[in-house]
Design a protein around this ligand. Structure first.
Ligand code: FAD
Ligand code: DHB
Length: 389
């Protein structure tokens, strides 16, 4: 069998790229190791930059997003008894949209099915060969049968633990990494959000975040030690800890209820360079990870796909390799800026016990400075709504 482009991974990066190529008539197959239901059940991102929304619009998959997504024109930062509103709309003229990654994934899967796009779920033993030649090949097992596909290009959209980046010889790739000494304990619950916008909380006991998926579904996170397991966090403990970290009014009005999902996510900054190895391209979490503070992960997957789709369309439609040659540098230039912002916001808002009292006072001084400076708020806001492509 043969396709023009073989995409590994049906997360947001793979499905978005698949949709870009479908609309241009470029023949692609997506291989996914998990089942469709598993991919749809993974609770992750919830905040979309306006450029991500614009990309989904151009791809014809923003109907439900516009009907059900919530436009947010600002968010709060709570610290030391203060509650600072960052007015995204006034500072940047733009806003963000709250719409779950699971919903985007579903919309993209439905659009792909409707257009006859090919996806194989529950594949195993995916291996890639010859990406440094003109004849790359991907082999895998599907429903007990060994398969082999020849293609022009392989797009590794298979997340942090995928096979694509791992197939590159170590000498050809440079990795940059920082692992943070804590995680995020996240709870999803069918309770009304405590506030109509997000609240990021810097508290002596650690960071907390009040997010949401709809007017009736909340998503909350608290910073927790990496040594702790989900089963050490019964719902009562989670709600009590969250309430202790929330500012007075929010603590009073917080509605609690049974969790419908609960998980601990480690925090990591990671970048692989470059993003192209002959006929293999990396995009999304396969190439880089940001700590979740600032909500950049899914949005970076979208900007990578934007540049990668331009590269592939340039090759097939305009017979030009210019954008293909530029892909890695264009995508990485935006990636590093989002890495910086996510690292900065993580450092600003979390408790780092090893930094001691001096470190804490530096955080509070920086928060006070932001509260008193429109310039500092503008810098924060323009990164939060997303830097231009
Ligand atoms: P993934 O979503 O990881 O998809 C990769 C896919 O490849 C998976 O489906 C996987 O099963 C498949 N795969 C792996 N290996 C193979 C293989 N060998 N063969 C075939 N398939 C394979 N980002 C934001 O922008 N905003 C947020 O608010 C936000 N919040 C987050 C909150 C949490 C708790 C977490 C954990 C993440 C959050 N993120 C957020 C990050 C965001 O979820 C990720 O950046 C995003 O999922 C990346 O998409 P991806 O397609 O690159 O990778
Ligand atoms: C969410 C996650 C984030 O990392 C963030 O900064 C904002 C919202 C969320 O999952 O809703």
């Amino acid at each position: 069998m043969r396709v023009q482009v073989l995409i590994i991974g049906a997360g947001p990066a793979g499905l978005l790229l698949g949709q870009c190529l479908l609309r241009e008539g470029i023949d692609a197959l997506i291989l996914e190791s998990r089942s469709r239901e598993y991919v749809l059940g993974r609770i992750r991102a919830g905040v979309l930059e306006s450029a991500t929304v614009a990309l989904l619009e151009r791809l014809g998959v923003a109907g439900r997003l516009h009907a059900e997504g919530l436009a947010h024109e600002g968010f709060d930062i709570a610290f030391a008894g203060e509650r600072l509103r960052i007015d995204l709309a006034a500072l940047t003229g733009r806003s963000v949209t709250v719409y779950g990654q699971t919903e985007i994934t579903k919309d993209l899967m439905d659009a792909r099915d409707a257009a006859g796009g090919k996806t194989s779920y529950e594949v195993s033993d995916v291996a890639i060969e010859g990406f440094d030649t003109d004849h790359p090949r991907v082999t895998y097992t599907h429903k007990g049968n060994s398969q082999s596909i020849d293609c022009d290009f392989i797009c590794g959209c298979d997340g942090f633990h995928g096979v694509s980046r791992a197939s590159v010889p170590p000498a050809a790739i440079r990795l940059y990494e920082r692992v943070y000494p804590f995680g995020w304990m996240g709870v999803l619950s069918d309770t009304p959000p405590v506030h109509d916008e997000l609240i990021y909380v810097s508290h002596e006991r650690g960071f907390a975040l009040c997010s949401q998926r709809s007017r009736t579904r909340s998503r909350y996170y608290v910073q927790c030690p990496l040594s702790e397991q989900v089963d050490e966090w019964p719902d009562e403990r989670f709600w009590a800890e969250l309430r202790r970290r929330l500012p007075g009014e929010a603590a009073k009005t917080l509605a609690t209820g049974p969790s419908i999902e609960k998980s601990i996510a480690p925090l990591r900054s990671f970048v692989a360079e470059p993003l192209r190895f002959g006929r293999l391209f990396l995009a999304g979490d396969a190439a880089h990870i940001v700590p979740p503070t600032g909500a950049k992960g899914l949005n970076l997957a979208a900007s990578d796909v934007y540049y990668l789709a331009e590269a592939l369309v340039g090759f097939y439609k305009e017979k030009s390799i210019v954008k293909m040659d530029q892909y890695s540098a264009r995508a990485l230039s935006r990636v590093w800026k989002a890495e910086r912002f996510s690292w900065w916001m993580t450092k600003l808002l979390h408790r780092f016990p090893e930094e001691g009292e001096f470190g804490r006072r530096m955080q509070l001084a920086e928060l006070e400075y932001i509260a008193g400076s429109r310039a500092a708020q503008t810098a924060l806001a323009e990164n939060y709504v997303g830097l231009p492509y």
